[in-house]
Ligand binder design. Structure first.
Ligand SMILES: [Fe+2]
Ligand SMILES: [Fe+2]
Length: 272
């Protein structure tokens, strides 16, 4: 049975990171002999002063990633940030969260044919939509998945980007779909989890991929002072615009070898 290899990359943080990753993707594709590259880019653009709703994507970052060879670009709670939401959703490569009330764009994308058919699904946890977030309220994850599984849209090897702040939620979801999909990858919290799991039914699982961007600020890639002050119940209105980290570039990613719609091996890629 034909094998295919998919690399998934965690949240790209900032335009400089989008340019950096776009420039690195061709060598990564060659080095790891990748068939498909899936990148979460919900933080690729900086579009406003607040980290709650000042990220998203614009054409500039999408074009840099696609020029480098990104086949699918997923999103999350920040997919509704900034002035180019409609333009971003219109890209053939862009997948936004499926389980929201939104008519623009798509939550599922199928690429390729035969043994190389890949379907990517993006789901957004209701728990990842916080104060100030512009994303529409997500529906229940399991209800959304059950409806999708019965729709006939899941073809070939299925990779789910589950955008959630809860490692447990991501683990329970991966267990619930074990044997039905090739991979479940977690995004949203930027600080990558260590382990790459191969579940008993053949689903590969990484709870949090990490991020592509400059390191610093506890792995988030940007100064979380707005969230810290909000957590303390303090006024955040006088804070300056949030700042991106300035450390070295870091890549949080995982590579899945897939045959017959299930994963045969999964490894972490943590490259500088
Ligand atoms: Fe993110
Ligand atoms: Fe997020």
């Amino acid at each position: 049975m034909e094998q295919m290899r998919v690399m998934t990359v965690g949240d790209v943080v900032g335009p400089e990171a989008a340019a950096w990753l776009g420039a690195r993707l061709p060598e990564l594709r060659a080095e790891y002999e990748l068939d498909w590259i899936v990148v979460n880019a919900e933080n690729a653009a900086v579009t406003g002063p607040l980290p709650q709703n000042g990220f998203g994507t614009t054409r500039k970052e999408l074009d840099a990633l696609i020029a480098g060879g990104a086949d699918v670009i997923t999103g999350g709670n920040h997919s509704w940030d900034g002035p180019e939401v409609a333009e971003s959703f219109a890209y053939p490569q862009v997948v936004r969260p499926l389980n929201v009330r939104e008519t623009r764009g798509k939550g599922v994308l199928t690429l390729g044919e035969g043994d190389r058919t890949l379907t990517v699904v993006n789901l957004l946890s209701p728990g990842a939509v916080g104060k100030g977030c512009l994303a529409p309220a997500p529906t229940d994850l399991w209800d959304a998945w059950t409806e999708l599984a019965g729709s006939g849209l899941l073809r070939g090897a299925v990779v789910v980007d589950l955008h959630s702040g809860s490692p447990s939620e991501k683990a329970w979801f991966s267990g619930a779909v074990d044997g039905q999909v090739a991979a479940v990858v977690g995004t949203h919290t930027h600080d990558g989890t260590i382990h790459a799991h191969l579940l008993p039914g053949g689903t590969g699982f990484v709870a949090e991929l990490g991020m592509a961007g400059r390191s610093g600020f506890s792995g988030y890639g940007f100064d979380p002072i707005h969230f810290v002050k909000e957590f303390r119940g303090e006024d955040t209105s006088s804070l300056p615009p949030f700042q991106l980290a300035t450390g070295d570039f870091t890549l949080g990613a995982a590579i899945f070898d897939i045959a017959g719609g299930l994963t045969t091996s999964v490894v972490r890629v943590d490259a500088d």
